[in-house]
Design a protein around this ligand. Sequence first.
Ligand code: HEM
Length: 130
Amino acid sequence: MRRYSQITIAIHWLTALLVVIAWFTAEGGRHARADPPYLHFTLGLAVLLLVVPRLLARWLGAAPRVEDPQSRWMDLAARAGHTVLYLFLIALPLSGWYAASRLGIQISFLGLDLPALAAPVQGAPGLIAD
Ligand code: HEM
């Protein structure tokens, strides 16, 4: 294949848009506890959900090969860069979910109540949440 499929391209740009809007709808610290930004949670969890078809497509080989890799190191660097971006796409929403759990906020996604990832605490939610 020479190009990513239309669906993969759509997932890509939807993810980018969701990350940006999730960023701007974030509310930190005491605000989050007193007045949880539910839109932020939904958008962030959608990012996490969209990683699944994205990774599946990649593992099933639905990604074009680099036609003329300039060097082995360049190719490796590109792969490492992609891997790190995937890890962030997973770790960031998960750390948000964890933070919400520590703050004692019930998280739901599209009407489905999700389990807490950690026990709630009274004070600051801690280093990972920060
Ligand atoms: C790509 C997805 C996400 C991005 C870009 C993102 C971004 C951010 C940012 C920038 C903050 C800091 C806001 C501030 O201090 O003013 C924040 C805080 C927070 N986010 Fe997210 N977030 C994402 C996903 C999520 C998800 C999925 C959840 C929950 C299910 C979540 C829950 C929270 C909570 C509870 C806080 C407050 C943490 C604290 O202050 O202790 N986030 N997020």
